[in-house]
Design a protein around this ligand. Structure first.
Ligand SMILES: Nc1nc2c(ncn2[C@@H]2O[C@H](COP(=O)(O)OP(=O)(O)O)[C@@H](O)[C@H]2O)c(=O)[nH]1
Ligand SMILES: [Mg+2]
Length: 404
């Protein structure tokens, strides 16, 4: 009996010990916390993909030596592929836009050159009425040409040539003299290649726009973007004017209108970096053409010219080819435009001129001066502020309009 009691006591004791052993790991509420629900410790080294891309882009910001920098194409490519929200990437934004249909109606020189024509034709009208060509006729013609912005040098060249013609062809009155002047002007404007070139190599073509502030660079890019998209090209606009944020906004509006893409940087950022990244983004997306805007002012002229030389070099460091460097000149600034052109040719080799605002108070003669004195063709002419108001320069049509 005692033995049975002892066995029972031992069994009860063992039971108690085992029972307590099960209860011990439980918490007060009796719930076992599954290990999977436990919070992982915070790891500061884990960064979201967008932030990583952004950090990489910021790191890759040009200013330092571009030869040794991280190749941006991979980064941009990654940004493009990951469709990162443009707001997240504050170093380079790639903005997608949709094409908007624009009704094309090309303005004519004759209709828009009102002021230019008035300047010349008033004076020429008197000359046309002369029955003989004498010293007075030559003086009047010289004055008319200078007033029409042809410039002193080109006016002298024109007059010398006309004197020869008068002798050689026996011209005897004002009307014949003007006929010879018209022919000579047309001749001086002929023989230039005014086509805008596309690269035949792989990778995008880059058209760079330079010129002082306010001449119409951004507007010209916008108009041209509309035209090129309509003609079947894919276009990316690079907002290389980082001087003011508003400049990128203005280009952005044109990009939207044209159905082009936009790459922009931060205000005050490196223009070369923005344009380089624009070219790489265009390459990654098989875009044909990059229209690159630049600032028209910096702290001083030397800075601006150095900046532009760098932009020109850097624009070709990646996959693209610079096929046009277009100087934009405001025709209303007259001979000052020629001075600007001389300065810009020292910084970059120009392939052509865009002469804007010929619809304004411009006198038109600057066209002759640019061809004569610089040997650079005017490729495009701005005849207004609208999308359709950019036309290819046509020598015959232009001279006809001046004399009409
Ligand atoms: N009338 C006229 N205005 C123009 C023409 N091209 C540009 N503009 C205007 O000139 C001003 C300056 O142009 P913008 O493109 O901002 O010049 P940017 O500083 O060189 O980029 C704007 O108000 C344009 O609308 C043109 O061909 N004719
Ligand atoms: Mg601008």
């Amino acid at each position: 009996m005692t033995v049975i009691l002892i066995i029972v006591a031992v069994v009860v004791l063992l039971g108690l010990i085992v029972g307590l052993g099960f209860i011990a790991p439980r918490n007060r509420r009796g719930v076992i916390e599954p290990p999977s629900k436990r919070r992982a410790p915070v790891d500061d080294r884990v960064v979201p993909a967008e932030e990583a891309a952004r950090a990489a882009l910021v790191e890759a910001e040009v200013d330092a030596d571009l030869e040794t920098r991280v190749p941006v194409e991979e980064l941009v490519d990654e940004v493009v592929r990951d469709e990162v929200d443009v707001d997240v990437v504050d170093e380079v934004e790639i903005v997608e836009t949709e094409a908007v249909e624009v009704v094309a109606e090309r303005p004519r020189f004759r209709d828009r050159l009102g002021k230019a024509r008035a300047a010349l034709s008033g004076a020429l009208g008197t000359i046309a009425g002369r029955s003989k060509i004498d010293a007075e006729t030559w003086d009047e013609l010289e004055e008319a040409l200078i007033l029409a912005d042809v410039g002193v040098a080109s006016t002298q060249e024109l007059l010398d040539h006309l004197r020869d013609r008068v002798k050689a062809d026996g011209l005897s009155n004002g009307e014949e003299l003007l006929g010879a002047l018209k022919a000579e002007m047309t001749d001086r404007l002929s023989g230039f290649d005014r086509d805008l070139k596309m690269s035949t190599d792989a990778g995008p073509s880059v058209w760079l726009f330079v010129g002082v502030n306010g001449v119409g660079k951004t507007t010209t890019i916008g108009k041209l973007g509309v035209r090129e998209v309509r003609e079947g090209h894919t276009v990316l606009m690079a907002a290389g004017d980082t001087f003011r944020a508003a400049a990128a906004e203005q280009l952005g509006m044109w990009a939207e209108r044209a159905g082009a893409e936009l790459v922009r940087g931060n205000e005050g950022g490196d223009p070369s970096a923005v344009i380089f990244d624009g070219v790489e983004a265009a390459n990654a997306r098989n875009i044909d053409l990059v229209l690159a805007d630049t600032a028209g002012r910096l702290h001083n002229k030397v800075n601006l010219m150095e900046e532009l030389s760098k932009v020109r070099r850097v624009a070709e460091k990646g996959a693209g080819t610079v096929t046009e460097v277009l100087l934009v000149i405001d025709a209303t600034t007259g001979q000052n435009g020629l001075v600007q052109a001389k300065q810009f040719t020292e910084a970059v080799e120009l392939t052509g001129v865009v002469l804007t605002k010929l619809d304004g108070s411009a006198k038109g003669g600057i066209v002759i001066a640019i061809h004569d004195q610089l040997g650079i063709p005017v490729k495009l002419v701005g005849l207004g502020e609208g999308a359709e108001d950019l036309v290819p320069f046509d020598a015959n049509e232009f001279v006809e309009a001046l004399f009409a």
